[in-house]
Write a protein that binds this ligand. Structure first.
Ligand SMILES: C[S@@+](CC[C@H](N)C(=O)[O-])C[C@H]1O[C@@H](n2cnc3c(N)ncnc32)[C@H](O)[C@@H]1O
Length: 291
């Protein structure tokens, strides 16, 4: 059986809308584009010209639509997640990077650019796909960047993305972030870092994410941070205080209702100038502090 782009696009939008996918038109266009090797604009213009799909393309599109209708993340089906200027490889075992984390990376980039050093140093704790670390390493090429992850499944993706997208100013560390080594290859890390950045797991254990894509497909270790969601933030507060040089900056992503608690726990640990910043939608998603 065969079909035209416009017919199958309409079909896909209907199927995805019925399955409760929040953005059926966008997802349908991206899935078609993925199978046909086209970007969204090209899919839209092909819909106008009513180009025909061959049988193989048709079956591949149908399979992709079925997977998405079963609420598999779009990024697992395409195998790619956009993040700032990057196209990261993602799939089962790794957290899919989110658009809101792009502004967390911006805080880290801005802080690094203000450091009066030929090679300022940043570390990303809980790097997952490597999104924040690779963005920093590529956008601030004179910086030295370290990325820490302790999930073997996630680290496969970290390594792959680092190899494909980053240069030799990014170094990966497979470790629990609480046990980030004090030195690496005989060179001190403790007391030498200018910027610590993290998007840690921060969902309270009892709070089940609404979206099936998150609940069923993001790794639990990437989501949950203990009873109040802040166990990993507490571990970061302790470890970052030793990694940073005096005056160094800590940048944390958190849930939109956690700003007060995060600032309070950082202040209790001796951090200065704690501040919570709204994202582009006005939600409190990032807290910064000075060592
Ligand atoms: C919310 S995800 C963020 C991933 C990535 N930084 C991003 O923003 O897309 C949190 C990451 O922290 C990792 N993680 C959780 N606990 C950790 C620990 N104790 N040590 C190192 N990494 C940890 C998880 O495996 C996951 O990859």
């Amino acid at each position: 059986m065969s079909s035209t782009v416009s017919v199958i696009l309409d079909h896909a939008v209907g199927v995805l809308a019925a399955a409760g996918v929040p953005t059926p038109q966008v997802d349908a266009e991206l899935l078609l584009g993925h199978v046909l090797g086209l970007n969204r604009g090209q899919v839209q213009s092909r819909a106008i010209t009513d180009a025909a799909l061959d049988a193989e393309q048709y079956l591949a599109v149908i399979e992709a639509i079925e997977r998405r209708a079963a609420r598999e993340p779009l990024q697992h089906i395409t195998g790619r997640a956009p993040f700032r200027a990057l196209e990261l490889a993602v799939g089962p075992g790794v957290f899919v990077p989110r658009p809101e984390t792009e502004s967390v990376a911006q805080f880290a980039i801005d802080a690094l650019l203000q450091v009066p050093s030929a090679s300022p140093r940043a570390i990303d704790l809980g790097t997952g796909s490597g999104a924040i670390a690779i963005a920093i390493a590529t956008e601030v090429p004179h910086a030295e960047v370290f990325a820490v992850e302790n999930s073997p499944q996630a680290f496969i993706w970290t390594r792959r993305n680092a190899r494909e997208l980053a240069g030799d100013n990014l170094r990966l560390i497979f470790a629990d972030l609480a046990d980030t080594p004090a030195e690496l290859d005989g060179e001190a890390l403790d007391g030498t870092i200018d910027v610590v950045v993290s998007n840690p797991p921060y969902i309270p254990l009892g709070a089940i994410p609404r979206d099936p894509e998150v609940r069923r497909h993001d790794p639990e270790a990437a989501l949950y941070g203990g009873v109040d969601g802040l166990d990993i933030v507490r571990a970061i507060s302790v470890r970052a205080a030793r990694l940073l040089r005096p005056g160094g900056v800590l940048i944390l992503e958190h849930g939109e209702l956690q700003g007060d608690e995060v600032r309070a726990l950082l202040a209790a640990d001796g951090w200065r100038a704690t501040a919570t910043h709204p994202d582009l939608l006005g939600r409190d998603r990032t807290t910064t502090a000075l060592r």
